[in-house]
Ligand binder design. Structure first.
Ligand SMILES: [Zn+2]
Length: 214
């Protein structure tokens, strides 16, 4: 279990604020207050963080949510929080001309450009974890030392928040039918959390059949 402070072990406040918003949409406010209090984050209910937060705080919040919430409710809230985070990034962090360019490019090329942008900003969501990405079909993104599930032991992948964030970005910018699945999770014994993006259409199928054997 990781309890110490890392250099660079901070991530963007969306991991807290969008989860709070998703929980508030599903539960009474006092129940959400109690969950944040149990995680030692009551102050964030009074004043939501506007800057980078300690990744340890995010890990503890997820730990409390896994302990207290029904797994289906938690999965739905994590997905909602991830989609909201994707919406925030589209509205505030990705310049309009870049979004326009990605939307008009063929999906495989747009995916490459989006991956390089995500890679440049990986420190804002992976913290001290190590992000890697590989274009192709499916696109694969991975986070070793993922701050969401650190210290957890699960029988299925538990980082749906990241899967949903990636899905909103790929669906908004690369292909509207993009779907993201966490196919391996450190909490379930894998070396890293791995996310696969699929957006196959008749056109990408033809291009991939001729351009890739994997
Ligand atoms: Zn995971």
């Amino acid at each position: 279990m990781d309890g110490g402070a890392h250099p660079g072990g901070r991530i963007g406040p969306n991991a807290i604020t969008q989860m709070a918003a998703a929980l508030d949409a599903a539960l009474p406010a006092d129940a959400v207050d109690a969950l944040f209090a149990e995680a030692g984050l009551a102050a964030y209910r009074r004043a939501p963080p506007a800057r980078m937060v300690e990744e340890r705080e995010v890990a503890v919040l997820h730990h409390v949510l896994r302990r207290r919430l029904d797994p289906a409710l938690l999965a739905a809230a994590a997905r909602e929080a991830g989609l909201r985070t994707g919406d925030y990034l589209l509205a505030n962090r990705i310049p309009r001309p870049v979004q326009w360019l990605l939307r008009v490019l063929p999906a495989p090329l747009a995916a490459r450009l989006l991956l390089s942008a995500i890679r440049r900003h990986a420190w804002t969501f992976a913290g001290s974890g190590a992000f890697a990405a590989r274009p192709g079909h499916p696109v694969r993104l991975s986070i070793a030392g993922c701050p969401l599930c650190r210290g957890a032991v699960l029988d299925r992948p538990g980082c749906g928040y990241f899967a949903a964030t990636f899905e909103r970005l790929f669906a908004g910018l690369v292909h509207r039918r993009a779907r993201v699945t966490e196919v391996a999770c450190a909490a379930a014994g894998a070396a890293a959390c791995v996310f696969e993006v699929r957006y196959t259409t008749w056109l990408t199928s033809i291009m991939l059949d001729t351009g890739s054997s994997t």
